[in-house]
Design a protein around this ligand. Structure first.
Ligand code: SF4
Length: 229
């Protein structure tokens, strides 16, 4: 949980209290992280601690005036209000723990976090990483998805699972971890430069067409065979 040094302060539905969301890529936490969170939650009488759908941890029901002290006690450099950015990188256990795992999901999630975790973007971005084709990381419904196979990583772009679901497009296959991270960085750069304010990747791909993504991004990635594009 140590990758992200800044928490996210989310206004709760009562319009008054806040949740402070912490956590890095892949839902990895150490015993020290858990002890620190438990201690802070007790000391500040946090009403509810919850694991989020994005594999982060939320301390819910905080008064706004308590946010600086709670963030400091958690060892954070501070907190920010929610904005359009890389929201989370959720990963299944992959080869670290799952019998079906074909690729190291936690290493890839950590590399993605280092590459562009928390980066400000036109719209929020959710990333899923699955260690095999059973797809516990929900790659098809994430803005960026990564699926491990025996031949490397498959990469998907433009998925969404919200009110207007969209199945992500396959944009790369049989990639090494470095190639998968590089392709993700190219897609994120293009999305950051080309999408409209507030436009999620699913709507962006629908508007410009996956053909334009191929022409402007994929064909410049040297590890993608041109015949497949
Ligand atoms: S996607 Fe595959 S490797 Fe990951 S938890 Fe599911 S079965 Fe295991």
């Amino acid at each position: 949980m140590t990758e992200q040094s800044v928490g996210e302060a989310v206004l709760q539905r009562d319009g008054r209290s806040f949740g402070l969301v912490v956590g890095g890529a892949g839902g990895i936490v150490t015993p020290d992280d858990l002890e620190r969170i438990a201690r802070v939650a007790r000391e500040h009488e946090v009403p509810l601690v919850k694991i989020t759908t994005g594999q982060r941890i939320a301390l819910l029901g905080l008064e706004e005036c308590d946010l600086p002290a709670v963030a400091s006690a958690l060892g954070l450099d501070g907190y920010r209000l929610p904005g359009p950015c890389v929201k989370y990188i959720a990963a299944c256990p992959g080869t670290m723990a799952c019998r079906w795992g074909m690729q190291d999901t936690l290493a890839l999630a950590t590399a993605l976090e280092a590459g562009f975790g928390g980066r400000t973007l036109p719209g929020k971005m959710k990333i899923g990483v699955s260690g095999c084709t059973r797809n516990c990381g929900c790659c098809f419904s994430r803005d960026l998805g990564f699926m491990g196979t025996g031949r490397g990583w498959m990469v998907f772009f433009g998925g969404n699972g919200g009110r207007h679901p969209r199945t992500a497009d396959l944009v790369g296959a049989n990639l090494t971890p470095d190639q998968a991270v590089d392709l993700a960085a190219r897609l994120v750069d293009h999305y950051a430069a080309s999408a409209r304010v507030g436009e999620r990747t699913a709507r962006f791909v629908e508007r410009v067409g996956i053909g334009a993504i191929r022409d402007e991004v994929l064909r410049f990635a040297p590890y993608l065979p041109l015949d497949d594009l």
